[in-house]
Write a protein that binds this ligand. Structure first.
Ligand code: PLP
Length: 376
């Protein structure tokens, strides 16, 4: 049995007709930039997230960068970011002209905490980007409280958390602005790069829309209020996203079913599942465990036909690109980077496939115990 890390084709097969129809509608309308599909997707994505406003953009990275620039967070400012995230979170800060300040995370959730944020605040801090890593929302109540007291903005990087909730509220609605990626492998994925920003603040969304469209205010194609960029959401991607949004909740429910089965089959083995807080409902973007001798385990699983990933093997503060800042010591993120392993996770993962992964992990662990004469 071979088990892929992610099976996008199975998702596509469920929606083949709707997606073909979407493509042909856009191509026959010949409206490739802006227009009806983009507007409909923006309205539906805002509604889904439980916020009044949304602007579609070209990627998750663009969403973060535009959001910071629209808030005038740039040179001279510090933005707090977790060390263990996809590099785009921190790169967006640098591209906006500000300085990322990396912080450590909670050892069991691997997420930023309110205390971590509080300890990193200086007179230059303008914002914190909270990453709902792996799909599990961070403690937004506590983080918002600390941020409000310090007068700094909170931005959510919800690129892995489409449909996840904290206290029953969807990610993206829990702060000043929620940034999403619709990269094909995310829970809601386009057929290329795409992203969005959602917010309760209409002026912020207007500013981002203007910046992403050559500095043009909405409805004024020949006015350029500022120097902007070309970071719009394509109509073709919007049409695909509209079709796939219909399935998001059902697919997230299938991911949850898979996660519950993983919890059962992994119970009693010396691997630790990255935990989710009681008030959080994960989107289960990734199924991440922490295991001793991770690389060995990964090789054993590969030999059993099981594809795995590491998200992420090098924490951002140790990446070459950020070395100019000096390298802080962030022991939790550093230790986790050597222990984390992402198991196959996608809506169409079957019970038999999960059982196969569980058996492979069990075999590897008991072989180690036998070799060492002690629990691994
Ligand atoms: C995917 C991702 C991004 C970047 O999104 P792109 O659409 O690839 O630019 C940012 N942050 C996190 C946490 C991500 O997983």
């Amino acid at each position: 049995m071979t088990i892929p890390f992610l099976d996008l084709q199975a998702m596509h097969r469920e929606l083949e007709e709707q997606i073909d129809e979407a493509w042909s509608k856009v191509s026959s309308s010949a409206g490739f930039i802006g227009g009806e599909f983009v507007e409909r997707f923006e309205a539906q994505w805002a509604e889904y997230c439980g916020v009044p406003h949304c602007v579609g953009v070209s990627s998750g990275t663009a969403a973060l960068e535009l959001c910071l620039s629209a808030l005038q967070i740039g040179p001279g400012s510090e933005v707090i970011v977790p060390a263990n995230t996809f590099v785009a979170t921190a790169a967006a800060v640098v591209r906006a002209g500000a300085r990322p300040v990396f912080i450590d995370v909670d050892p069991s959730t691997l997420l930023v905490t309110a205390t971590g944020v509080e300890d990193a605040i200086t007179s230059r801090t303008e914002a914190v980007i909270v990453v709902h890593l792996y799909g599990q929302p961070a403690d937004m109540d506590a983080i918002n409280q600390v941020a409000t007291a310090a007068g700094i903005a909170v931005i959510e990087d919800a690129a892995q958390a489409h449909g996840a909730t904290w206290n029953g509220k969807r990610t993206g609605s829990l702060s000043l602005a929620g940034c999403f990626s619709f990269y094909p492998g995310k829970n809601l994925g386009a057929f290329g790069d795409a992203g969005a920003v959602v917010s309760h603040d209409p002026a912020l969304i207007d500013r981002i829309r203007c910046m992403s469209n050559h500095g043009r205010p909405k409805g004024h194609p020949h006015l350029h209020e500022m120097i902007g960029s070309t970071n719009r959401l394509d109509a073709l991607q919007a049409a695909i996203l509209l079709a796939k949004l219909e399935k998001l909740d059902a697919w997230n429910a299938e991911r949850r079913r898979a996660a519950r089965q993983y919890e059962k089959v992994l119970a009693g083995h010396p691997v630790e599942i990255v935990s989710t807080a009681a008030r959080a409902r994960s989107s289960h973007h990734l199924m991440v465990i922490q295991a001793p001798r991770r690389d060995e385990l990964r090789q054993e699983l590969a030999a059993d036909g099981i594809a795995t990933g590491i998200h992420y093997p090098i924490p951002c503060h140790r990446q070459q690109a950020f070395r100019t800042n000096g390298i802080p010591s962030l022991p939790v993120a550093e230790r986790a980077a050597d222990r984390i392993l992402s198991l196959p996770m996608f809506p169409h993962l079957t019970e038999a496939q999960i059982a196969h992964v569980g058996n492979a992990i069990e075999r590897t662990c008991s072989r180690r115990e036998a070799l060492l004469g002690l629990p691994s």
